[in-house]
Design a protein around this ligand. Structure first.
Ligand SMILES: [Zn+2]
Length: 248
């Protein structure tokens, strides 16, 4: 008997409601728009939750914070149309700034209890050499919120949501930006959609920066598909909820 027979890799293709938790406004799509577009085309409902306000990376320095926030939303809604995102939510913590980890986790718990996803996407908090604290905190808080969703003694940021919550099954978490994938999603058929979505994020990339990003994604998508029966892939670590703690 192998560990896979005890805790098989959850079957993402059967996902019905997916909550994609990201540190910044473009991370879900840069990492996983290929598989997410495919899942939405298969009928899954997609919800995006963005942890930070993203105001530090806006390239046009002449914009006020209000104008920059509007530009970020415009980009997100344009990309969401391509990927098939049903609804979006924001926590609004300061980009690369000071905020409390447990506040973040409470907000994630609230959205998980409210939306009742059967799968959650988030960045891999255990990515070696990840230097951006927003990514590490978001990944860890998402993993903890997935584990603790059913434990309503651990309060979310909304007592009303907690008291109405009757529990539900989260079948798995898919960690992106990972160096230890156990699943390479075939994104050959949605590659063009992914790049069209990524190109919507104009507020954070000037034209040369965007071309560089697309080139890197192009190379990476082919590199991770080497040895597979398809041309382009996205690497994910897909874990059963029970695999998120103590490793047995
Ligand atoms: Zn990011």
């Amino acid at each position: 008997m192998t560990i896979e027979t005890i805790l098989p890799i959850p079957d993402l293709s059967s996902a019905k409601r997916i909550l994609c938790i990201q540190p910044h406004y473009d991370d879900n799509d840069i990492a996983a728009a290929g598989i997410l577009t495919q899942l939405s085309k298969n009928g899954a409902e997609l919800f995006y939750l963005t942890a930070t306000d993203d105001l530090k990376g806006v390239v046009d320095a002449s914009l006020s914070n209000e104008e920059a926030a509007a530009a970020l939303k415009r980009d997100q809604f344009a990309a969401a149309k391509i990927v098939g995102v049903k609804d979006q939510y924001w926590c609004g913590y300061p980009d690369a700034g000071e905020y409390n980890y447990f506040d973040l986790r409470r907000d994630f718990l609230k959205h998980i209890r409210l939306l009742k996803p059967d799968f959650v996407f988030a960045p891999d908090a255990w990515l070696t050499y990840e230097g951006h604290r927003d990514h590490v905190q978001t990944g860890l808080a998402a993993a903890e919120a997935v584990m603790f969703a059913g434990l309503t003694k651990i309060a979310s940021s909304d007592p009303g949501v907690d008291s109405a919550y009757e529990g539900h099954e989260i079948r798995g978490i898919a960690l992106y930006f990972t160096r230890e994938p156990n699943y390479i999603a075939d994104i050959t058929s949605t590659w063009e959609d992914k790049i069209a979505a990524v190109r919507c994020y104009e507020a954070q990339f000037d034209a040369p920066g965007m071309d560089e990003l697309v080139m890197a994604l192009d190379m990476k998508s082919q590199q991770v598909a080497q040895g597979q029966a398809f041309a382009r892939g996205e690497p994910l670590k897909v874990l059963h909820t029970s695999a998120l703690h103590v490793g047995i």
